[in-house]
Design a binder for this molecule. Structure first.
Ligand SMILES: *Cc1c(COP(=O)(O)O)cnc(C)c1O
Length: 429
């Protein structure tokens, strides 16, 4: 495989953009090698600037539920562009998308649009704090909620549940209100409520996709709901990734646990930058200009982005079977690869939710971030590079979830399994 043009492009990018990328994970640092520069996408395929073609199991890290250049989304965007790119005034496109989002989620009466998942979560937390008039929040190690200050935390020293900044540039004062708990471990959450009586909210990815794919146990979510109710805290489901991917109607529809606030992103923009947060009317009424909690955005509800999101969600509404059809395909993919791995003596843990799939080169089942870190990173790096050479583009980090789209065919899945058989043999030689 010749990737010399990508290599050159990366060299130049590094002279102008830190690390050559606008989001760190794209740099391939955890798998070695050099990132591919993309020329175009088509359906289930990506093409790099050297002309190599890959089956795309990343799908822009989630947003592209219908693959690259879906006809109806492309048309909606082009139509919108012809009326102007941005007005900074209300458009019916926002109401249309809002109506659609509300129709999917029982727990959402009203929704506000922003331009990224980070912004959605940041705003949702401010709303929860404003609504409860409390300052502390609980988050789980291994869950990612965007790069805003109070969410870039890591465990502190000793037994303290209060977090420390995980990045320079985040003042310790900004993270001292963030308490850290362990995913799927209710005792660790109870400890947070013992350590603080000022908890505004618990935020969780109910189907975690940022430590690999690690769904929360239903009973764990039920316990969280109970703890929140007993302590007057709100429960936020961060479904920026899992929304419209894992389920049609949110994690609440498969767990029976109702969140107070839901954050969305990725699929909701159909490939354009859109995030959103929604809740019941009483909570959303706290938001400016209806209420006192300030939140704003010059390009929020951008008409072109709204059009893309509306086209994507309309298509999903008309084809709700997409979630289960893609789940069958995703299962086939990871279970097929798992079988090939095992025949080479490699232990692989696999799971799927809708069109999301995850795999770990682990001996044991993964229930939290600590388990996830026990995955064989060297083996993953080899697997990633070798699959790339075979024409299969997997996420370039072992803590990421994989995605398929409606453009990912059964044949692509079968080919990927066959390639994995060859690759596992190669890398265990
Ligand atoms: C991707 C993601 C975010 C951040 O969204 P951006 O659009 O990258 O800012 C937040 N939460 C979850 C669960 C995500 O997967």
């Amino acid at each position: 495989m010749n990737t010399s043009t990508s290599l050159k492009a990366f060299e130049k990018a590094q002279t102008l953009i830190p690390g050559g990328v606008d989001s760190p994970v794209r740099a391939f640092s955890s798998v070695g090698g050099s990132p591919l520069f993309i020329a175009e996408g088509e359906g289930g395929y990506l093409k790099d600037i050297d002309g190599n073609r890959y089956v795309d199991f990343v799908q822009s890290w989630g947003p592209l539920l219908f693959g690259h250049r879906d006809e109806s989304i492309e048309k909606a965007v082009i139509d919108a562009v012809k009326h102007g790119l941005s007005f900074g005034a209300p458009t019916e496109a926002e109401t249309n998308l809002a109506e659609l989002v509300v129709s999917f989620f029982d727990s959402i009466d009203k929704v506000r649009f922003v331009s990224s998942g980070t912004e959605a979560v940041m705003s949702a937390i401010r709303l929860a704090r404003g609504y409860t008039r409390r300052d502390d929040i609980v988050k789980f190690t291994g869950c990612y909620h965007g790069h805003s200050d109070c969410l870039l935390v890591q465990a502190g020293s000793g037994a303290a549940t209060f977090g420390n900044p995980s990045s320079p540039g985040v003042p310790a004062d900004f993270t001292k209100h963030t308490l850290l708990a362990e995913y799927n471990n209710i005792e660790s959450v109870k400890k947070c409520f013992e350590d603080s009586n000022d908890i505004a909210c618990i935020i969780i990815e109910p189907i975690a996709g940022n430590m690999g794919l690690v769904p929360a146990d239903k009973e764990f979510l039920q316990e969280l709901r109970k703890l929140c109710d007993e302590n007057g805290a709100l429960l936020i489901f961060d479904e920026v990734m899992s929304g419209f991917r894992a389920t049609l109607n949110g994690a609440e529809s498969i767990t029976g646990v109702k969140p107070d606030i839901v954050t969305l992103g990725k699929v909701i923009g159909g490939g354009m930058p859109v995030g959103a947060f929604g809740a019941r009317a009483e909570i959303m009424a706290m938001l400016s200009p209806e209420g006192p909690v300030y939140q704003a955005g010059t390009l929020s509800g951008n008409p072109v982005a709204m059009a893309a999101g509306f086209a994507a969600l309309t298509k999903l509404k008309k084809n709700p079977q997409v979630i289960s059809v893609l789940n069958e395909r995703a299962k086939r993919l990871v279970e097929g690869m798992q079988k090939e791995a095992e025949s080479c003596g490699i232990k692989m843990q696999v799971d799927t939710r809708g069109s999301m799939f995850g795999f770990f080169f682990n001996e044991n089942e993964v229930k939290n971030f600590d388990d996830a870190t026990k995955t064989d990173a060297k083996l993953f790096a080899k697997f990633h590079q070798a699959m790339l050479n075979e024409g299969f583009y997997f996420a370039c980090s072992l803590y990421e979830t994989g995605f398929i789209s409606t453009a990912t065919t059964d044949a692509m899945v079968e080919d990927a399994i066959k390639a994995s058989a060859k690759v596992f043999k190669e890398i265990t030689k």
